[in-house]
Write a protein that binds this ligand. Structure first.
Ligand code: SAJ
Length: 417
């Protein structure tokens, strides 16, 4: 008999996951409290852009995937709702997964399996979710069980990674572990690794922490380059030719919903023994401020005192996505606005609606009247429009724009003394 699966939360992770399960022939229902998301999906529209997702949506609709704001009776539930962190305590805010779990109760089969895909800090499922399920089982004579299958897909390459990434499956009941491992083996050709819930929680956070620390290392090299007059980009390129060295790219800061946040879960859980991780996060968080110092120096060098002559290219948290969560550009703009009390002109080719003051939606309107452009995101769009930067002073936060396409190009590694 075909298993029925209900995915709860149709955001950046839940939507591709539900479509992937449907595309391999499972009976899938997607649930989201956002009614406009549901309406869009039913009429073959995506709530966000992602390579390959549109084809997958059409294929799934042909395979009779259904969407609504309701929970249905299913064998498996996949919870993919946000898990923000409480900025004061740096600990996970479990309220969304708790309420998603509660929303299932009374609507499941007697022995449904609830799989949490959302990233959580180690111990969250035991402390916040398991007691809800255990209580319900006792009072309702049910046998609901829990598993954790932390999502691992990278925005920009989600569909491919869903099909090929290795998956970590955590469950504390051997039978459940087998069933969930078997379920995920239907969508990925990658290795399925079976472990406990706690270990699955830990691995996910450790993976993103590794990336955050590596980026912080490259950001520190960038700063060293600017203080001590060497080219960090060349140094990193050469070092990366070593077979066991892979330094990531320095940049204007670290955004998105994962890399700047998840490592805090480890610091929040174990503050006394996470000095390296904390420092790495602080280095990354300090990059917009480091960038601002460069902006001010360049303004002085070129005698640019009128802020209407300055523009920010790129508002999303990274290239070729339409997601602005924790975006370094927004952090930079808020620093600038605090200092100036005004709004800089900005543009992002991936955004079709105005999200902030000063943002324009047309590239030519953006360029009009600007002397100084700060390139915050290396969108492919800019690669195709390099000629338009010819008469501008550029601060390139990624070493992305070739200098011959600019009036003069500055990098974050320039000392500017
Ligand atoms: N960044 C750098 N330098 C780099 C790479 C990235 O500064 O060399 C910056 C980006 O510009 C961006 C931020 O880091 O602002 C995060 O981007 P990302 O591409 O590193 O990661 P995400 O947040 O899009 O996705 C990550 C992935 N995690 C890992 O690669 C370990 C993805 O696989 C996870 O599923 C995702 O987090 C998540 O949801 O946890």
């Amino acid at each position: 008999m075909t298993n029925k699966l209900n995915v709860v939360g149709l955001g950046y992770i839940g939507l591709p996951t539900s479509l992937m399960f449907s595309s391999v022939g499972l009976v899938v229902h997607g649930t989201d409290i956002n009614k406009s998301t549901i309406e869009k999906l039913k009429s073959h529209q995506l709530p966000f852009e992602e390579e390959g997702l549109f084809d997958l949506l059409n294929q799934s609709l042909n395979n009779h995937i259904t969407f609504s704001s309701e929970i249905i009776k299913a064998d498996f539930y996949v919870i993919a709702v946000p898990t923000p962190y409480i900025s004061k305590s740096k600990t996970v805010d479990p309220s969304y997964i708790v309420s998603a779990t509660k929303s299932l109760l009374g609507k499941t089969n007697k022995d449904s399996i609830i799989i949490i895909e959302s990233t959580v800090s180690p111990g969250t499922i035991k402390n916040f979710i398991a007691p809800i399920i255990e209580n319900f089982n006792i009072n309702n004579n049910t046998k609901l069980t829990l598993a954790h299958a932390p999502e691992r897909i990278i925005p920009g390459n989600m569909v491919h990674e869903l099909k090929t990434n290795s998956r970590t499956i955590g469950a504390d009941n051997p039978e459940v572990l087998e069933k969930v491992a078997n379920l995920y083996s239907k969508i990925t050709t990658g290795k399925i690794v079976k472990t406990s819930i706690y270990n699955a929680e830990l691995t996910k956070v450790v993976e993103n922490t590794f990336r955050a620390v590596n980026i912080a290392f490259s950001n520190e090299l960038l700063k060293l380059g600017s203080y001590y007059n060497f080219d960090p980009y060349e140094i990193i390129n050469i070092c990366n030719l070593h077979p066991r060295v892979k330094i990531l790219n320095p940049g204007p800061g670290v955004g998105g919903h994962c890399i700047p946040i998840d490592p805090w879960f480890l610091v929040g859980n174990w503050p006394l023994h996470t000095q390296l991780i904390k420092l790495a996060l602080e280095i990354n968080e300090g990059m917009p401020e480091f960038l601002l110092k460069h902006i001010n120096k360049i303004k002085k060098i070129h005698n640019i005192s009128d802020n209407t002559k300055i523009g920010i290219y790129g508002l999303t948290y990274k290239e070729n996505v339409d997601d602005v969560r924790e975006s370094p550009s927004l952090q930079l703009l808020s620093l600038i606005e605090r200092g100036l009390g005004g709004h800089l002109k900005s543009f992002d080719p991936k955004l079709s609606t105005q999200l902030i003051k000063g943002q324009v939606l047309n590239f030519d309107d953006f360029l009009k009247g600007l002397d100084f452009v700060i390139v915050m995101v290396k969108h492919s769009h800019l690669k195709l429009n390099l000629d338009s930067l010819k008469n501008k002073v550029i601060l390139d936060a990624h070493n992305f724009v070739p200098p011959q396409f600019t009036k003069i190009r500055y990098l974050l590694s320039d000392s500017l003394e």
